[in-house]
Design a protein around this ligand. Structure first.
Ligand code: PMP
Length: 420
């Protein structure tokens, strides 16, 4: 790591880090997204093809970051690129509806047989924000339950449970309206709802919350949430922005639980900006503009033909057999790495095509350990997310999955060694 840091501090004069006349980098901290940050100046992506990315330092990387899990078919998939270019060459977006919206709506809803309607947005953040508004409008209530440590984007409600550092700038009133429930604490969940049954508009669940350590939500917690929501007229929102990839009917399908609203994004845009709220007709009709007093829902680029056309191809290509194949590759990779890092005090969490190595038993991993592992992985030609969430993509096969497992295990052992 220290070698990396030296190499990286030598990049302080990075030509990319352009400063304005008053001395500020043009991008705060030098980054266009805070979520890129890995503790030291980042390499820049130059090109991607299939499951590989090349950077400006001349490194070839296996791309298991996949733009934070969204590139389910890897980089520049020829059929997706063709669909996007075809759509773009007919006009990037219009101010009247386009037929690609119907196509993607149809494909998405066919995977979510209990839900009736969908609205598109430009990100998961927007999708969750709109779902919460629909829930509040339809129930006439304000309060929302979320699981502690979960991440649902950067809207005020989504940031409220993240603790004082995360929730800076979020109004007190919003924070007071959000009840964070410890993951899998069924009694806490039950008590929270039953103490104020008429106060809650929504319960938001991510069934495999990455920020909370990629820990599974227990079946009991999920069925309790479903049951409490039904009994007390609360809207159950399942946030499948990441987890939709894990089952042919999303992760909620694997759990056998039916949300009232489901939010998603990432994989359904073929790599382009997208978000979606799918839900029961009774709730989704809140945004039906033909109804008097309906909720405003817009977004200049919501449902744009490029994201919709690319997303439609991505969903078609990610059929049940590909879901299963990628999940099996991920299951095997997790097991293989787990066996090699256990003695060093690490474990590998996740499910199906998502995996993440963490110090055994840890709830939240400190940023310096995460960054250390990111750089050790990077040095071995493996690109993960800064929190070391690795996701598989369909261009990957057994050989690549083995390579990912080897590189990850080596990287973990290097971090463990340095820490002992
Ligand atoms: N919900 C979940 C569960 C997420 O993981 C994320 C982003 N990783 C979001 C919402 C926000 O999505 P976006 O980054 O597209 O705004």
């Amino acid at each position: 790591m220290s070698t990396n840091m030296q190499t990286n501090s030598a990049l302080a004069e990075d030509p990319h880090l352009r400063r304005g006349p008053r001395g500020y980098p043009l991008l705060p901290g030098g980054y266009g997204r805070s979520t890129y940050y890995t503790g030291a100046p980042s390499p820049y992506a130059v090109r991607g093809q299939g499951c590989r990315v090349w950077d400006d330092r001349g490194r070839e990387l296996i791309d298991a970051n996949n733009n934070f899990t969204s590139l389910i078919h890897g980089n520049a998939h020829p059929e997706i690129a063709e669909a996007a270019v075809k759509a773009l060459s007919s006009g990037a977006s219009w101010g009247i509806p386009n037929l690609h919206e119907w196509e993607l709506a149809d494909l998405l809803l066919s995977r979510l047989p209990d839900l009736d309607q969908v609205r598109f947005a430009n990100s998961g953040t927007e999708a969750v924000m709109s779902a919460v508004r629909i829930a509040r409008a339809s129930t006439g209530r304000d309060r929302v339950i979320v699981t502690k440590g979960g991440y649902h984007g950067t809207s005020d409600v989504a940031l409220a449970p993240g603790g004082p550092a995360n929730a800076r700038g979020v109004p007190r009133g919003v924070i007071d309206d959000v009840t964070p429930v410890p993951l899998n604490d069924v009694e806490f969940l039950r008590r929270s709802v039953e103490a104020a049954p008429g106060a809650y508009a929504a319960i938001i669940l991510d069934l495999l919350p990455n920020r909370a350590g990629l820990l599974h939500i227990s079946e009991e917690f999920v069925t309790t949430a479903r049951d409490l929501a039904t009994r007390h007229g609360i809207v159950l929102i399942i946030d499948e922005v990441i987890s939709l990839r894990l089952g042919a009917h999303g992760l909620s399908g694997e759990y056998g639980v039916s949300p009232d609203l489901l939010t998603t994004g990432k994989t359904i845009g073929g790599g382009f900006a997208v978000g979606a709220i799918a839900g029961l007709g009774e709730l989704m009709s809140e945004v039906d503009p033909t109804r008097p007093g309906s909720l405003p829902h817009g977004g200049t680029f919501s449902g744009n033909p490029v994201s919709m056309a690319a997303g439609a191809v991505a969903l078609r290509l990610y059929d049940e057999s590909e879901v299963k194949r990628l999940n099996a590759l991920g299951d095997a990779a997790r097991e293989s790495v787990a066996g090699r890092v256990a003695d060093a005090g690490w474990e590998v969490r996740g499910r199906g095509s998502l995996l993440r190595a963490v110090p055994a038993g840890s709830a939240q991993v400190d940023a310096s350990t995460q960054h250390r592992l990111w750089w050790e992985s990077y040095n071995r030609g493996l690109l993960g997310s800064p929190a070391n969430l690795l996701s598989l993509s369909t261009p990957m096969d057994q050989v690549v999955a083995d390579e990912i497992a080897d590189r990850l295990a080596d990287a973990v052992l290097a971090v463990a060694d340095a820490q002992n």
